[in-house]
Design a protein around this ligand. Structure first.
Ligand code: ZN
Length: 148
């Protein structure tokens, strides 16, 4: 009975977050089919060649292997909670602002240094229970080591 309830809840969550879940499946499928270095740990896909630090697409979380640490996982789980709350609005309320902020952070050191203080990143940190510790992919370390 418990398994059936979990299955129904999972199905309802998938349908509620359908747009971002479909994108998430597409991204993971791309990495699997192109035989990229991908591993799964605790339901999170860790990809060596991922072009961003991390992304949460519905029930699917993808993290660059360099950024894979506890705080980043908490941050992405915070985004997953946002997705579960917002459903089909997630990509508009969180996804687009997050991508824009990320692009601005690449152009501006000031924005890069305060990246997690801005919406929707600060909200994801709060929901994920991220502490004061810097995220592994935060700061200049990202610039120096990200593509290694
Ligand atoms: Zn984020």
């Amino acid at each position: 009975m418990k398994t059936l309830i979990h299955l129904i809840i999972g199905l309802l969550l998938f349908v509620w977050q359908l747009p971002q879940c479909l994108v998430g499946i597409g991204v993971i499928l791309f990495y699997v089919l192109s035989k990229k270095d991908i591993r799964y740990q605790d339901g999170i896909a860790v990809v060596k060649q991922f072009p961003a630090g991390g992304v949460s697409l519905g029930e699917f979380i993808i993290i660059h292997h360099y950024c894979d640490d506890e705080e980043t996982r908490k941050h992405e789980l915070g985004h997953r909670r946002q997705s579960r709350m917002l459903g089909p609005l997630y990509l508009f309320v969180v996804g687009i602002p997050s991508v824009c902020l990320c692009l601005l952070a690449k152009k501006s050191k000031k924005i890069n240094s305060t990246y997690y203080e801005h919406f929707p990143e600060n909200w994801a940190n709060k929901l994920g229970g991220v502490g004061d510790a810097k995220l592994k992919c935060d700061s200049e370390a990202k610039e120096n080591d990200f593509h290694n």
